[in-house]
Each structure stands twice: as structure tokens, then as C-alpha cells.
Ligand binder design. Structure first.
Ligand SMILES: Nc1ncnc2c1ncn2[C@@H]1O[C@H](COP(=O)(O)OP(=O)(O)OP(=O)(O)O)[C@@H](O)[C@H]1O
Length: 370
């Protein structure tokens, strides 16, 4: 008999099942070969957690985010929110989903009419979803401004009058206006100065706690991911190659791609540099992805089996960690730079590492009233 007790498994708030997304290659775009943006991606986001998706540019992070929020349809596969499929949702159900699943973009004003005032930007969803009587809307917008650390007096200003950090606060306020259950940040801080990034990250964390939100964060910045998230999915060319709780993932990455990503973070000692296997070459063309394991063309550990057979995303330990590599056990057994003991951190700490500490120490992060 198994010694492992079967603990009740909570139902995920959001689940992607075998998601595939191809762009082009069909309909009137049939002449163009299809871009394989997502290839059989399955994941579960638990209520109240911060789930991060990380990977190099073009690996499909944003596409996954959009498919999960039903902003674009998957070519095949299914997304479920609170146990129900969202693809078939119609009418009032679809509207409710639109409200409950909100996205914060890198530049929240990119797709918004620049002639709308900040107050109108934040208030529009309240009106669209009929969330407050007209007489209460202005006060609700003022409350949302305060919630994200902005003075309500700024409501009548226009987007160009705000700094990058303030614009992002307005984007967050607009998302909160919908009274969401889940917030997806698509590179929510990558356009901001490093010092402002920390404030926005702290604001998101604070809001998550205060409002009981679930956060999904799509980002390429590992410092942000490490600071914010409870679990991380690492994507490569449209597939999840590793998924794990944050600390084990950073302490002991199992997939060679995750190792390479981690090793690309500047280390506090030159000792580690000798062991690095930095990523060489570009991500292959997603129109014609490599056979088998898609990472085999850049993997320092690749063997013939890797180009012939796609590795399954298998469970690696009791924490539910998953990894898609034929040889992850052998690679771990052989030892990697990631398993070397860290020398005492002293000299020349990278700005990012310093920032990471600063983030840990600094809370909360409200905008200072001007
Ligand atoms: N609307 C589209 N039409 C055609 N191809 C697309 C479209 N959107 C994304 N792609 C392609 O799908 C692949 C995945 O793109 P995606 O934007 O999801 O990646 P990403 O990891 O978010 O990258 P980045 O961080 O640069 O945005 C890329 O090759 C991209 O060119």
C-alpha cells in the first residue's frame, strides 16, 4: 500500500487542457504556413496563488495568457474557469466571465482612446457592466484611484499627463473596476523603470491579499517572477517544459532550459560563471519547430532520442513539480552548476539582486501624493 496519504485536491480556479494555438495556415491565410504558438499546453491555477509563466520572447507566453482569458480562441483544447468550460459561454455567462477575468497589459493605454480622461478610462467598465448606478460611479472611480495609490483629483487628467508607473496604476484600477476574481498581468512591469517596477509589483501583491485575487503573471524577467510567484511554468516554443513551486525551481532547476535561464541571471561570484551553459543561438522558428524535444537544438545534454521523441511533462516529485526532459534524472545525477554550493554573496551584487532584496524589505508601495 502506498505510504502517501491522498490529500483532497482543490479544484483549480483556472485550467487549460491540451491547448493548441496555430496562427495562419488555414482559411484565407492558407498560403502562409501556420505559426505553432501553443502546442498541447495543460496547466492548473489554484485559487489565491500567483502563477507565473516565463520564457524567452516568442515562446508563447502572451498567446497562452490571451487563450486563458478567452481573448482569442484556441485552435483546440479547452479552458475551464471555476470548473466550467469558458469556450462555449454565451450571453450573460460570457459577460460575467469577461468581468471576472481581467488583464493588465504592459502599456494599459495602448488600446485606449487617448481622448478619454483617466477617470473615464477607469469608469468605462463600471458603465459597460452596469456595476453601479450612474449616481455612484464617480465616487466608485475615486475609490479605485485611492485603492491603487492615486489621488482622485487626477481623474480629469489625460493619459499623456501621467508617468509610466501612474499609467500602470490606472490600468490596474480599470481592471479592478470590473471586480475581478483573477487578474492576468502580461509583462505588467517590463516597460517601467526598475525603481517603479518594485512599487507596481508591491501594489499587485497588496491588492491580491486585500481583495483575495488570483494572479497569473506572464513575464520574461526572472527577478519579478521570483519575487512575486508561488508557482512557475517555464515555456519554450509553445510548450511547458517545467512547472514547479518557485523556490525549488530557482534552487534546483531540473530542465536544461530552465537551468540555462537561471544561469543567465548574473551571479554574485565569478566561480559560478565557469559552470554556465548560456543559451546559444535563437529560439527556432515556430513555423517549423524542431522534432521531438523542441529544445534539443540548443541543449548541451541532447542525445539522439531527444530529436526523435517528444518528452512527456511528467511529475517529478511530491510537490507536483513537472518536467519534460528524457534525461532530467541523469543530468541531475551528473551534477550541474545549479547544484554547486553558492559562495558567500559579497562583492558586485547585480542591480537586480539588490532590487530583489529591496522588494522584500519595502512594503507597501503607494504612489506619493503630489
Ligand atoms: N496574431 C498573430 N499572428 C501570427 N503570429 C502570431 C500572432 N501572435 C503571436 N504570434 C506568434 O506566435 C508566437 C508566440 O508569440 P507570443 O507573443 O505569444 O510570445 P511571447 O512569449 O509572449 O513573446 P513576447 O514576450 O515577445 O511577446 C510568436 O512566434 C509570434 O510571432
Amino acid at each position: 500500500m502506498s505510504a502517501v496519504a491522498s490529500a483532497p485536491v482543490a479544484e483549480p480556479i483556472l485550467e487549460g487542457r491540451n491547448l493548441v494555438k496555430r496562427f495562419g495556415g488555414g482559411g484565407f491565410l492558407a498560403r502562409r504556413p501556420a505559426v505553432h504558438a501553443l502546442n498541447d499546453v495543460s496547466l492548473k491555477v489554484q485559487r489565491g496563488e500567483v502563477f507565473a509563466v516565463v520564457g524567452e520572447s516568442g515562446c508563447g507566453k502572451s498567446t497562452l495568457g490571451r487563450v486563458l482569458l478567452d481573448l482569442i480562441s484556441p485552435t483546440s483544447g479547452e479552458v475551464r474557469f471555476e470548473g466550467r468550460s469558458i469556450s462555449g459561454a454565451k450571453g450573460a455567462d460570457a459577460l460575467k466571465l469577461r468581468r471576472e477575468l481581467q488583464i493588465v497589459f504592459q502599456d494599459p493605454f495602448a488600446s485606449i482612446n487617448p481622448r478619454m480622461s483617466a477617470g473615464e478610462v477607469v469608469g468605462e467598465p463600471i458603465w459597460l457592466h452596469g456595476l453601479r448606478p450612474a449616481s455612484e460611479r464617480r465616487e466608485r472611480v475615486a475609490e479605485l484611484f485611492r485603492t491603487v495609490g492615486l489621488r482622485p483629483a487626477m481623474m480629469d487628467r489625460f493619459p499623456h499627463e501621467f508617468s509610466g508607473g501612474q499609467r500602470q496604476r490606472i490600468g490596474i484600477a480599470r481592471a479592478l473596476a470590473c471586480e475581478p476574481t483573477l487578474l492576468l498581468g502580461d509583462e505588467p512591469v517590463s516597460a517601467l523603470d526598475v525603481s517603479i517596477q518594485a512599487q507596481i509589483v508591491n501594489l499587485l501583491e497588496e491588492l491580491k491579499e486585500r481583495l483575495g485575487l488570483t494572479l497569473v503573471v506572464v513575464a520574461h524577467d526572472l527577478a519579478v517572477i521570483r519575487h512575486m510567484s508561488d508557482r512557475v511554468a517555464v515555456m519554450y516554443l509553445g510548450e511547458i517544459v517545467e512547472e514547479a513551486p518557485t523556490e525549488p525551481l530557482f534552487d534546483q532547476p531540473l530542465h536544461p532550459y530552465t537551468m540555462a535561464l537561471m544561469e543567465a541571471i548574473p551571479q554574485p561570484s565569478p566561480l559560478l560563471k565557469r559552470e554556465r551553459h548560456l543559451l546559444e543561438g535563437d529560439v527556432p522558428n515556430p513555423v517549423q519547430p524542431p522534432s521531438g524535444c523542441k529544445f534539443h537544438t540548443r541543449c548541451p545534454h541532447a542525445k539522439p532520442r531527444c530529436s526523435a521523441e517528444r518528452p512527456a511533462l511528467e511529475t517529478a516529485d511530491a510537490s507536483g513539480r513537472r518536467v519534460a526532459c528524457h534525461f532530467w534524472r541523469e543530468i541531475q545525477a551528473a551534477g550541474t552548476s545549479a547544484s554547486l554550493p553558492l559562495p558567500p554573496a559579497n562583492e558586485r551584487l547585480d542591480r537586480r539582486l539588490a532590487l530583489y532584496r529591496q522588494w522584500q524589505a519595502q512594503k507597501p508601495a503607494a504612489e506619493i501624493p503630489a
